[in-house]
Design a protein around this ligand. Structure first.
Ligand code: G6P
Length: 368
């Protein structure tokens, strides 16, 4: 990897557009593209005999872990306990030796994540690390290293590391399901096929949505607050969308579980706070649409990020609708991450902030 911006204005933009390539590289370490099977997982983590998984991370890595929780529980029926590392390290969480611990970190040096790792190590748990920097402290102190192979990430706001973490987590969840007998050989084949289609679909999306994201960013830059909503794996994605926007554009943004709307944020809805709804046409779609109706009924402006089936099924008036291709459920978080990243990026560019070096933020936080 050559670390320069190439033809891009910012590292962040370059890293967004690199995703199809790096994700394909990341996946090739975990799945067999021809045989449509997952590769065997490092024997230090024996998914078959585990009673549960404890996961800890910070920032964007924490949000990829939250998506991973849905996958491990759904595909492998493996209970996941997850927390931000700054809480995890002090919670004095009771842990059992037949749990394994998983730490997700781009840099592999985040102080709170490392402290959580050491806590789990003292409790006698096997440690797995999903890292980008293989020579990092977190990698060195782990029993099994799961590299995300994203190449150097320079932009402070994480993009390609996020989707590569997701690709690794998806592969591990399938491998765990296979080991535990909850994913049949036929399902494994289908899931891996879907994963292998992802780089092509991501390129197609990146090539088609940019003009719409740019013009939407111009509108978004006029607002002071933005709410993101999603259900299922789209909930952590909503939080990641809000995180990206606030980090680089300094617009206040919050990500909420769509079903929690009525327990608080609905009080804020008016024409001054756009609501970005992330809703692929999955098993949660109808529920999310009914939350969208609640927003529309209160004069809220909706930016609807959906797929072709979702766009056809919803009749609501929106400020904008972003239509992605219909994709398999397992890859939708990675595909839906793209408009979220581009929207934050173009909003920040439009507002003239320092996109790659946002104020007060550091790429790697090695102090508590
Ligand atoms: C900082 C960075 C984020 C990153 C987080 C965790 O806050 O600005 O982009 O997600 O640290 O970093 P890590 O290297 O552990 O993934």
């Amino acid at each position: 990897f050559v670390v320069d911006k190439g033809n891009h204005r910012h590292f962040m933009e370059k890293e967004i557009y690199e995703q199809p390539e790096v994700i394909s590289h990341a996946l090739s370490n975990y799945v067999d593209f021809h045989g449509h099977t997952v590769k065997p997982v490092d024997a230090a983590i024996d998914f078959k005999s585990l009673r549960g998984l404890a996961v800890s991370a910070c920032g964007t890595a924490y949000l990829s872990g939250l998506v991973g929780k849905y996958w491990f529980e759904h595909y492998a029926r493996l209970p996941v306990e997850i927390d931000v590392a700054s809480e995890f390290r002090y919670r004095e969480m009771p842990l059992y030796k037949d749990q394994a611990a998983l730490f997700i970190s781009q840099s592999g040096e985040t102080a709170d994540t490392l402290a959580s790792l050491r806590y789990c190590h003292e409790q006698g748990l096997k440690i797995g690390a999903i890292v980008n920097v293989k020579e990092s402290t977190i990698a060195r102190e782990s029993d099994a290293i799961f590299p995300i192979l994203a190449g150097p990430e320079i932009g402070v706001a994480s993009t390609k590391a996020f989707t590569c973490q997701l690709a690794v987590l998806a592969s591990l969840a399938i491998a765990a399901g296979k080991a535990r007998g909850t994913v049949s050989p036929e399902e494994e084949k289908q899931l891996v096929k879907s994963l292998s289609e992802m780089p092509r679909i991501m390129s197609q999306v990146l090539n088609s949505i940019q003009p719409q994201m740019e013009s939407l960013a111009r509108d978004l830059s006029k607002f002071k607050d933005v709410l993101y909503l999603g259900r299922g794996t789209s909930f952590p994605l909503a939080m990641e969308g809000a995180l990206k926007l606030k980090e680089i554009s300094y617009i206040h943004a919050e990500g909420y579980a769509a079903g929690e709307l009525k327990h608080g944020p609905i009080a804020l809805i008016d024409e001054n706070m756009p609501v970005i709804v992330i809703a692929p046409y999955d098993r949660f779609f109808e529920k999310t649409v009914s939350n969208m109706q609640e927003v529309a009924a209160r004069g809220g402006r909706i930016i609807f990020i959906t797929d072709e089936k979702g766009a056809a099924a919803s009749k609501l008036e929106t400020m904008a609708t972003i239509v992605l291709p219909n994709v398999a459920e397992i890859i939708s978080p990675m595909v839906f991450a793209l408009p979220i990243q581009l929207l934050a990026y173009h909003t920040a560019v439009f507002m003239g902030t320092d996109v790659d070096q946002p104020r007060n933020l550091a790429k790697s936080v090695t102090v508590e």
